[in-house]
Design a protein around this ligand. Sequence first.
Ligand SMILES: [Zn+2]
Length: 123
Amino acid sequence: MFIVYLIVFLYGISIGSFLNVVIYRVPLGKNVAKGRSYCPVCGNTLSWMDLFPLLSFVILKGKCRYCGTKISWQYPIVEGITGIGFVFIFYLAGINAKFFILLFIWVSIIILLGISYNKKRMK
Ligand SMILES: [Zn+2]
């Protein structure tokens, strides 16, 4: 059973990784589908986010691999809460229609909160 929860969690953090892209680019009017996350300072693609983003974040101490710039804590936080949310919803609902409805609501809440938080910060 543990392995199922782990898979749900890993699936959750990979969705969370995409949510970060949405949260950052939608307010800036950038294309969400094109390209990956990149370092805002040196422009290098953040390849440490490919697999196990939370773990890589800890290993690299939240810094860009290329230029050493600190990467926003928003990345691992969004990934973490998405993953934990997925596990919690799976625990409550199992895999059925309710699971996907709850996931959709959870993901929408994260996007809305993330975007409104970023807009406040940019002002
Ligand atoms: Zn960089």
